[in-house]
Design a protein around this ligand. Sequence first.
Ligand code: UDP
Ligand code: MG
Length: 364
Amino acid sequence: MEEKNITNQNPEGQDQSQGKGGNKQEGRKKFYYNRYRRRKFPHVNKQASESPQKKTSFKKVSIVVPLYNEEESLRPLVSEIKKAMRGLSCDYEVLLVDDGSNDGSLKIIKEIVKQDQKFRYISFRKNYGKSAALQMGFKNISGDAVITMDADLQDDPNEIPNLIMKLEEGYDLVSGWKKKRFDPFIKRQSSKFFNFVTKVMSGIKIHDFNCGLKAYRREVVKNISVYGELHRYMPVLAGWQGYRISEIVVRHHPRRYGKTKFGISRFFKGFIDLLTVMFVTRYVQRPMHLFGFLGALAFLVGFIVNGYLSYEWLSGKSLSNRPLLLFGILLIIVGVQFFSVGLLGELMVHNAHDDKIYDIKDRN
Ligand code: UDP
Ligand code: MG
C-alpha cells in the first residue's frame, strides 16, 4: 500500500505553475523524495526512463504473470511493469493468470484491467499450480516475444528490455540468472545443488533453471507444453527440442509481501520431475531403447547366472542351498517385465503417432 502511494506521488508532471520559490521547494521535495525512494526501494532505482529506449524488432511483447494470493504485490508490480516497458520500443500486453487465489487478488486484478487495456487476466476456479498458470497464459498470448515473471516483486521488470535484447541476438529462450539472490540460506543451498544436478544430467549449460524471469520467442511457448511442475525445466525441454538457449544475470529482490508458495518438498518433487523430463525428452518416441536395453541386460545376467547353476546341477551338485538361484530367476523375470513395458510403450507411440511432435523451424 505504501509503495502505491509513493508511486502515485511521483513528482514528475506535478504542478509547474508555481513561482520561483515554489519551484525551489518542489526541487527540494523531489530530491528528498528520490533519495527516500532509492533507499527504501532499491529495486526501483534504475528507472527505464533513465536509460535510452531500446529498439527491438519484436512487434509485441507478452508478459505472463502467474500469481497465487499476491494481493499486496499486484499494484506496485503493475506500476513497475509499466515504467519498465517504457524502455522498450515495441507494444506490449500483460496477462495476469490468477491461479485460484483466495485473497483479494482477483478483485484488484479486475480493477487493474479496467484501468489499462494492455492488461488482461485469466482466473482459475482453483489452485492448479504455477505450471498450469503458465501454460494457460502461453495459450492466450498474442505477442511474438514472451516474458514470464513472478508476481511477488522478486523479479525485476527493469530486466525485461535486457532479456528481449538478448533474444534479438538470435536466441530462442533467455533465462534469468539470479546470481545474487535474496532467499533464505537453506533455499539458496538446495537450489545450488538442484541446478548442478540438472545441469549435469541435462547437458544444458545454464546456472539457474528455476528463475521466474525468462524470455521466449513465441514458437517456443506454443510448441512446448508444461504440466505438473515441469515449469522448472522449460530450458531443458526447449534445449532438447533444438532451441537455442542463453542466460543473462538479473537482479533479484527479497519477497516484500506474503510468503513463498513452495516448501522444501519442491526439491524432492523436483528430482522426480527431472527423471520425467529426461525420459520425455530422450525416450518418449522410442521407449524400447530404454526398457528394451534394461530388460535385455537383466535377462542376460539372469540367464548366465542360472546357466552356471544348471551346469553345476548337471555335474551332480545340489542346488538346495544356493540363494544365487533365486537371484537369477528374479533377474530373468524382471528382464521380461522391462521388455514387455518397452513393447507396450512402442505400441502406444505407434498408435498415437502424430507429426505434431516435429517442430518445424522454417519452410517455403
Ligand atoms: N504461484 C502460482 N501458483 C502456485 C504457486 C505459486 O501461480 O500454486 C506463483 C506465485 O504467486 C508467484 C510465482 O508463482 O508469482 C512464484 O512463487 P513463489 O514466489 O512462491 O516461489 P519462490 O520465489 O519461493 O520460488
Ligand atoms: Mg518468489
